[in-house]
Every structure is written in structure tokens, then in C-alpha cells.
Design a protein around this ligand. Structure first.
Ligand SMILES: Nc1ncnc2c1ncn2[C@@H]1O[C@H](COP(=O)(O)OP(=O)(O)OP(=O)(O)O)[C@@H](O)[C@H]1O
Length: 227
């Protein structure tokens, strides 16, 4: 496969101190994700899925090793540079949508674009396109509390990709949805990845959804392994 490497982890260690003991979660973890790929991260609770996503998404620094996002080696970068890469090149989706309750669906999707410096009309236009793409164009004026769980998650996905990131990281994005809703939210996410050439790493406990992705990886003994 010759597609561009969107994310590369090399020799990543991550440990947490707990009192006198040290908990080693990632131990020399290597992982490569290419543009256009959707990869499932499936591993038992507590093995380090969220840790891996946080390190890959530049929310946490590894204790050793490097994270390369779209060619930027991040090991030696300062916080400001890491934040800029995170804002411009990475989108996140969480299990709970974390939408701003006071704002409409449309405004939630416009927000990251306005922060990135787009004009209101530009941000609104793109937000509308994304809502249409996620098949909730008719729900743009509603606040999150007026939307179903599946609709809220689709808004959260639209917000995550609003600034056209190269890399999408999702931590159990369908974890709090019933199986049928989880299925169509994943379908919408998959269509978006295929259409835009994004690279996506998606932690999930749902084996049915994992089976629909291009590859499945797990975490074993602190390392990322193909399943
Ligand atoms: N900030 C922290 N301080 C101390 N320990 C932590 C911290 N964050 C995570 N851990 C520990 O690291 C381990 C891995 O946590 P992580 O959240 O990455 O697991 P996970 O695979 O995502 O689990 P789940 O499927 O339950 O969400 C757990 O044992 C957790 O308690």
C-alpha cells in the first residue's frame, strides 16, 4: 500500500505512577496508519486503548519513542507546536459527544472552524454540508438535548472533521448507542472516511463493527498487535 502515512508510533512507552509503583501501559508500541484506512482498536478494558489514542492525538506525551503525525515528528516539539498540529490535523470523537449544550448542532460544527479563522458564512456552509452528509441536515437548528443519541454522535463526528483533519481518533464512538443506531452511525463515519481520504483509528468493544473495518489491532503486553 502506498498511501500517505497519517500516523506513525515508534517505540512508544507510556507509564503512570501510582504511589510507589509504576504502571507501564505502553512498552515499545509501534503502529502505522495510512490515509484512507479505518482501523479498529479492540482490547480488553484497562489495556491502554484510551492511553494509545491520547498519545497518538498529542493529548499526552509518551515517556519514550516518537509520534509522527502527517510527517511531523512530535517527540521534540513544544506544547504550542503540538497544539497547532492537534488542532489542524487531528479530529477526536468520544463515547459521550461533549457537544456544547447552549449551541445548535450547526453552531457546534461551526465552532472549530471559527477558531481556525474561517468566516461565519464559510463555516456555516461547511457545517451544513457535513450535516447533510451525515443525513441530519434537517436537524441543524436543534440543540444537542433535542437530538437522539445517534444524531448527537453524528454531529460530534461532523464537528471532529469540520477542519478537514488528516487523522480521526475515536474512543468508543458508538459505545453508548443501541446496536442498530451504532451500526448506522458507523456507516456514516465510514462513508466520510472513504470520501475524504481520512485515516481513522477507532477504539471499540463492538466486534461486529470492528469486523467492518480494514484492519483490527489490539494491545498486548504494551505493544500494538495485528489481530
Ligand atoms: N492518568 C492516569 N493515572 C494513573 N493511571 C492511569 C491514568 N490513565 C490511565 N491509567 C491506567 O492505565 C490503564 C489503561 O487505561 P486506559 O484508559 O488507557 O484503558 P482502556 O483500554 O482505554 O480501558 P477501557 O476500555 O476501560 O476504557 C488503566 O489501568 C488505568 O487505570
Amino acid at each position: 500500500m502506498n498511501a500517505r502515512v497519517a500516523l506513525k508510533l515508534t517505540g512508544v512507552d507510556r507509564q503512570y505512577g501510582q504511589g510507589e509503583t509504576v504502571l507501564s501501559i505502553l512498552k515499545g508500541a509501534d503502529f502505522t496508519l495510512r490515509s484512507g484506512e479505518i482501523v479498529a482498536l479492540v482490547a480488553p478494558s484497562g489495556t491502554g486503548k484510551s492511553t494509545l489514542l491520547h498519545v497518538a492525538g498529542l493529548l499526552e506525551r509518551p515517556d519514550a519513542g516518537d509520534v509522527v503525525v502527517n510527517g511531523h515528528s512530535c517527540a521534540r516539539l513544544g506544547d504550542e507546536e503540538r497544539t497547532a498540529i492537534r488542532r489542524n490535523e487531528i479530529g477526536f470523537v468520544y463515547q459521550f459527544h461533549h457537544l456544547l449544550p447552549e449551541f445548535s448542532a450547526l453552531e457546534n460544527i461551526m465552532m472549530p472552524q471559527l477558531i481556525a479563522g474561517l468566516s461565519k458564512p464559510e463555516a456555516s456552509e461547511r457545517a451544513k454540508q457535513l450535516l447533510d452528509y451525515m443525513r441530519i441536515g434537517h436537524r441543524g437548528d436543534h440543540r444537542p438535548s433535542e437530538l437522539s443519541g445517534g444524531e448527537q454522535q453524528r454531529v460530534a463526528i461532523a464537528r471532529a472533521v469540520a477542519n478537514a483533519p488528516l487523522l480521526l481518533l475515536a474512543d468508543e464512538p458508538t459505545g453508548n448507542l443501541d446496536p442498530e443506531t451504532a451500526g448506522y452511525v458507523f456507516e456514516a463515519l465510514q462513508a466520510l472516511v472513504r470520501q475524504s481520504g481520512l485515516a481513522a483509528l477507532i477504539a471499540t468493544h463492538n466486534h461486529q463493527i470492528a469486523s467492518l473495518m480494514d484492519r483490527r489491532v489490539t494491545i498486548e503486553d504494551g505493544k500494538v498487535r495485528e489481530m
